[in-house]
Write a protein that binds this ligand. Structure first.
Ligand SMILES: [Zn+2]
Length: 170
């Protein structure tokens, strides 16, 4: 199970070498999995989608609410590196919500691996580790959660996947 965190949130499930749900059945919309029914409004018009809580813009909005002004991505990265509470809180919330959605997906398809990619995730040192920690916390007795790894293709992971899908190779 793959999740790409950038300006939006994309997902992908590969099972037996094939992409699910398959090209004739639409895309794997992990970003529109509802994680909080009373959460913020998503671009799709519904409340509480993963994308509305944990995409790059969502994290920047959360940080901006705390600081009372706009926050740029570079500032968020620096804030995290310096341990600034406003940055850490916004990022940790995103990691926790992503973990919630990933564990939900893992309960359905029992993947070998959870992969986190996308430009937002790749640019934030320690972000994937944070997601992994939150995923591990959600294990239930007798059912350990799958390992979480950063996408090998880093910030361009979703783009590469999209190209493969367009060529009919994924
Ligand atoms: Zn949505």
């Amino acid at each position: 199970v793959y999740v790409g965190v950038g300006t939006g949130i994309g997902g992908g499930i590969v099972s037996g070498g094939r992409s699910l749900p398959g090209p004739d059945r639409g895309s794997c919309e992990l970003g529109h999995v509802v994680v909080d029914r009373s959460g913020p409004l998503c671009t799709c018009g519904r409340r509480g989608c993963l994308q509305a809580e944990a995409s790059g813009p969502a994290v920047l909005r959360a940080a901006a609410r705390t600081l009372g002004r706009e926050v740029a991505y570079d500032e968020l990265v620096r804030g995290r590196a310096a341990g600034a509470p406003w940055a850490c809180a916004a990022i940790d919330h995103a990691a926790a919500v992503l973990a919630t959605a990933l564990v939900g997906a893992a309960e359905l398809v029992r993947p070998e691996l959870l992969v986190v990619g996308g430009g937002f995730a790749a640019g934030l040192p320690g972000f994937v580790t944070g997601v992994a920690d939150r995923v591990a916390e959600l294990a239930r007795p007798g059912h350990p959660t799958p390992p979480v790894r950063p996408a090998a293709l880093g910030g361009l992971s979703s783009l590469h996947g999209a190209v493969l899908a367009a060529r009919g190779l994924a």
